[in-house]
Design a protein around this ligand. Structure first.
Ligand code: 5RP
Length: 226
């Protein structure tokens, strides 16, 4: 099984968790896209809350009814991918630059299920870059403060994320600084330090948010609990 087959299997397993009438948080990325496709195929009477414009477009194309986060009291179940799944289901997310909307949707959810291929599971977070969403105004100065924090945590300075056409700008109009890969010894302390910087909107450390993980492996989909 290649990584994409594993992503598909985990997305399809997660789609079976959805029940009619639910409000469902729809994650972002290639694994979440498999979930959205499998969910659409079930043709259930549900409403989806998308975590990005890309996911909203995909869900609309597939006929999933959408609603806005502010139009629901809470979300029954959110299913989303991750860049790394570490101990206790600590996560790095935001590879697709959607971490802010993702975290807002996750935090409004009664149950959060992370779906991923086997390579995403790690013994310690930090082999993947850590995305940090920063407001555009003064972002070079904010980036410098992030570099100071990186040094405190024995990590390399973050880099501004660029695409072929220039700066990567998130759905919220912000930019992304990626902290270079480096093992994160104290995720909670790092999360707190990053969040305390004026100009940081949020970061890709999702700690104590996932209720379960469905990991696609060559032996089938494996369920993990925190
Ligand atoms: C987007 C995310 C994605 O869930 C994460 O990047 C994983 O993506 P993929 O499923 O394509 O590997 O956090 O912001």
């Amino acid at each position: 099984m290649n990584a994409d087959d594993q992503k598909k299997a985990s997305g399809e397993a997660a789609a079976l968790l959805v029940e009619p009438g639910m409000v469902v948080g729809l994650g972002t990325g290639s694994t979440a896209a498999w979930f959205v496709k499998a969910l659409a195929a079930r043709k259930l009477d549900i409403r989806g809350v998308p975590t990005s414009e890309a996911t909203a477009n995909l869900a609309r194309e597939l006929g999933i009814a959408l609603t806005a986060l502010d139009d629901v009291k809470s979300i029954d179940l959110t299913v989303d991918g991750a860049d790394e799944v570490g101990p206790g289901l600590s996560l790095i997310k935001g590879g697709g630059a959607a971490l802010l909307r993702e975290k807002l949707v996750w935090e409004a959810s009664k149950r959060c299920v992370v779906i991923a291929d086997a390579a995403k599971q790690v013994k310690q977070l930090g082999q993947f870059r850590l995305p940090i969403e920063v407001v555009r105004f003064g972002h070079v100065h904010t980036g410098q403060r992030l570099a100071d924090i990186a040094a405190e945590f024995d990590l390399l300075p973050p880099r501004l994320r660029m695409a072929d056409r220039g700066l990567v700008v998130t759905d919220g109009g912000n930019v992304i600084y990626d902290m270079a890969p480096g093992l994160i010894a104290e995720p909670a302390a790092l999360a707190g330090a990053l969040k305390a910087v004026t100009g940081v909107v949020d970061h890709g450390l999702f700690l104590d948010l996932a209720d379960e993980a469905l990991i696609g492996t060559d032996q089938g989909v494996v369920k993990l609990l925190p």
